[in-house]
Ligand binder design. Structure first.
Ligand code: SF4
Length: 244
């Protein structure tokens, strides 16, 4: 495994590499313990396309929160079947089921951080426990939190997070999608530029910030997968650690 200084050096070196070169390095170095996460929205498609050309059977995690638009499920099915992607759906821990059922309608609005922790952060933490590397599609131009990210980020538990698109802009994503004639999420043309779960996503105007439609009316800008929340490990509904 790499030392912290080696990761820093490589991360710096990768600033001038293409996303494809970074993905190929990750696959060569960590296969089969490397996985990619995707929310299957329009801007996710270039990364899915690049990764699938490099290694068709790369494992792709999709967080099935139970709150997605039906169009997202349809788009995920279409892409997975067309490109023969190796997608694994992730669900909340069953120990949250009773609590989640009691608060299904109110939870995303009353406590979106807890809702995201239960339905996104914790399932991803569990799925990544057997992995050495995690490829994510975040970009520096998306949010202030992402602006400070590094291409390689070593987590406390030794997992290496790899952000090959970090230097790309919204325009780079659009250019790649045009050049490769990639499909768009069915809601994209209706003003849904960044698409998460249905209760937390609204359509926006053309000149609005790309993520302005996410958690509109809340200060929240991130689900927690790419913030400090991801370091918070396994909690049960009463706040005690889950058994591993
Ligand atoms: S995006 Fe909204 S509905 Fe989805 S997990 Fe987060 S708070 Fe819940």
């Amino acid at each position: 495994m790499f030392s912290v200084s080696e990761i820093d050096r490589l991360s710096e070196e990768f600033e001038s590499k293409s996303p494809q070169e970074i993905i190929r390095w990750a696959v060569d170095r960590f296969w089969p313990q490397v996985a990619l996460s995707s929310s299957f929205q329009t801007q996710s498609v270039p990364l899915l396309h690049m990764a699938s050309l490099i290694r068709r059977d790369i494992l792709i995690f999709f967080l099935d929160t139970g709150y997605h638009f039906w169009e997202t499920h349809m788009f995920r099915e279409q892409l997975a079947s067309h490109w023969q992607l190796n997608v694994l759906d992730l669900y909340r821990d069953t120990r949250w089921d009773e609590f989640a059922r009691q608060h299904t309608r109110s939870l995303p609005l009353d406590d979106p951080n807890l809702c995201c922790f239960i339905h996104k952060v914790q399932p991803m933490q569990k799925a990544l426990k057997d992995m050495k590397a995690w490829i994510s599609g975040i970009r520096r131009d998306q949010t202030s939190a992402r602006a400070n990210a590094r291409i390689l980020e070593l987590q406390d538990d030794g997992l290496l997070k790899i952000n090959p698109l970090l230097n790309w802009t919204k325009e780079d994503i659009q250019r790649y999608a045009r050049e490769h004639r990639l499909p768009a999420h069915p809601l994209f043309q209706r003003g849904y530029r960044s698409i998460g779960c249905a209760p937390c996503t609204v359509a926006i105007r053309v000149n609005d910030d790309e993520r302005a439609g996410r958690w509109s009316g809340h200060e929240k800008m991130e689900c927690g997968l790419h913030t400090e929340m991801f370091r918070q490990k396994d909690l049960e509904p009463d706040g005690t650690p889950l058994d591993k």
